[in-house]
Design a binder for this molecule. Structure first.
Ligand code: ZN
Length: 307
């Protein structure tokens, strides 16, 4: 019971690799919670779940983009979800999965890559490949499942209605977060750079940065054009305006912490005084005590600003 509880708390972030090695098999509830839903035309999502019911947690939101030459799958959820992903994909197309894109290195986004085999073209930002190489899932014999194709700042696949653009805008949740844009459908998968409406989780062990998170989202908002729909790391979908609001939320948080530091407050004093601005009503400020909370993020901001 205790182990399940601890696992639940940690998985609630959907982000931690080390505990996921204790992960055995997804619960039947998690499998049935992974539902395929149409976003637009030839683009679907396979849902994950919220943090409220850990028994149904299957990992991040996957995107299924059906092109003339095959299926582009974005993110593969936790280990053990491969057959379920394939079952959901087969319910909308007979085409094979030809390409996998992972938005970042976390187990709940890359966990079932192996299921699709070493011959599917898998693409990640170059820092993410280095991060993945450190994971048990890709060590030794399993190194053959590491992505073979990487990019640095931008990569375009296909064209016309089948075009997919991959962008890296800088560090945030990790040091290799890809934004995946389907231009013909005005839709972007933001991965865990916008996982849900909550205080960000930054994985400093994989090069994540909280000041970088705010700066990177600001860059996305100012650079990306012609997108109206966002697929989120753990929410199903939101609008472009909700992404803009989330970018403002993260920037306001970093600015507030920087001012507290300037005023001579310790990180603990500042965190104790944080009040969620009224305009962000409903945002979660403590996802859990260990990883995504005001105190931890303020300390990280202080550490980054002192450098
Ligand atoms: Zn993550």
């Amino acid at each position: 019971m205790k182990r399940i509880l601890v696992l639940g708390i940690i998985v609630s972030l959907g982000c931690l690799t080390l505990v996921l090695s204790a992960f055995q098999a997804p619960s039947p509830a998690a499998l049935s919670a992974a539902k395929i839903e149409k976003v637009k035309d030839n683009l679907y999502i396979i849902t994950g779940s919220g943090a409220s019911d850990m028994n149904t947690f299957s990992g991040g939101t996957s995107a299924v983009f059906i092109t003339d030459s095959g299926v582009v799958l974005v993110d593969t959820k936790l280990p053990g979800l491969g057959p379920t992903l394939m079952d959901r994909i087969k319910s909308v197309t007979n085409k094979p999965v030809t390409t996998i894109i992972n938005t970042h290195t976390h187990s709940d986004h890359v966990g079932s890559n192996e299921f699709f085999g070493a011959n599917v073209e898998t693409i990640v930002q170059e820092n993410t490949k280095a991060d993945m190489a450190k994971m048990d899932e890709f060590k030794g014999d399993k190194a053959k499942f590491l992505p073979k194709r990487t990019y640095k700042d931008k990569l375009t696949l296909g064209k016309g209605k089948d075009e997919v653009d991959l962008f890296y805008f800088g560090p945030g949740h990790t040091n290799g977060d890809t934004f995946v844009i389907f231009p013909a459908l005005r839709t972007m998968h933001a991965g865990d750079m916008f996982a849900w409406k909550a205080i960000p989780y930054v994985d400093t062990g994989n090069g994540g940065s909280i000041t970088g998170h705010a700066a990177t989202l600001a860059k996305v908002v100012n650079t990306v054009k012609n997108v109206d729909t966002i697929i989120n790391g753990h929410l199903p979908t939101t609008t472009w305006n909700e992404l803009k609001e989330y970018a403002d939320f993260t920037k306001d948080f970093v600015d507030w912490a920087a001012n507290e530091m300037k005023a001579g407050k310790t990180a603990d004093q500042a965190a104790a005084e944080y009040k969620l601005p009224a305009k962000y009503k409903g945002y979660v400020v403590t996802v859990n005590e260990q990883f995504a909370n005001v105190k931890g993020n303020v300390q990280t901001i202080y550490n980054e600003l002192k450098k």
